[in-house]
Write a new protein. Structure first.
Length: 169
């Protein structure tokens, strides 16, 4: 596991596309999924994150293969009580073969440490309403449901839970 650099944009794109499609692809029409992946998981999207000091990414590799990553930055979730100084774990993706190995927890902790590098602050996470395993994981780390919203992937709107962990935890 290491901090991602601009040269990693292609690898981040590959792992982002693969993990999203493997996990959620069955929920969407093929053309909606492909358009979403082309937009949200394009190398250029990762290059923008990597070029912006407000964001940080960590890449998990197994040999030369990218097998997971975490993305953290300012909170952009649609909830009234989000403030500009709040942080968000935007993505935490690990390929199935690397799940339950502790690496997801390490990626998560790296992102949390970075988000709180200047001291405690309110942190947010969005998670699919039916991803019970992720919800349990985040609950163990002090996150509680604070709201819901619809996450658009083409014509489909997923029910997402917004989780919050206060600075005073």
């Amino acid at each position: 596991m290491r901090r991602a650099v601009p040269a990693d944009a292609e690898a981040l794109s590959r792992i982002g596309r693969r993990t999203f499609a493997d996990t959620f692809g069955h929920l969407y029409p093929a053309e909606d999924l492909e358009a979403f992946l082309d937009d949200s998981h394009a190398p250029q999207a990762y290059a923008r994150y990597l070029a912006d000091d407000a964001y940080a990414l960590w890449l998990l590799e197994d040999g030369d293969d990218a097998v997971g990553y975490a993305l953290a930055g300012p909170c952009g979730l649609p909830l009234a009580d989000v403030s500009p100084q709040d942080g968000e774990l935007k993505r935490l993706y690990v390929l199935p073969g690397m799940q339950n190995s502790g690496w997801g927890g390490r990626l998560f902790q790296a992102a949390m440490d970075w988000l709180e590098r200047n001291g405690p602050r309110t942190l947010w996470i969005s998670v699919w309403s039916e991803n019970v395993g992720a919800q349990r994981f985040y609950a163990r780390h002090g996150f509680e449901k604070a709201g819901e919203y619809e996450f658009p992937v083409g014509r489909v709107r997923d029910r997402e839970f917004i989780l919050r962990r206060g600075a005073d935890r």
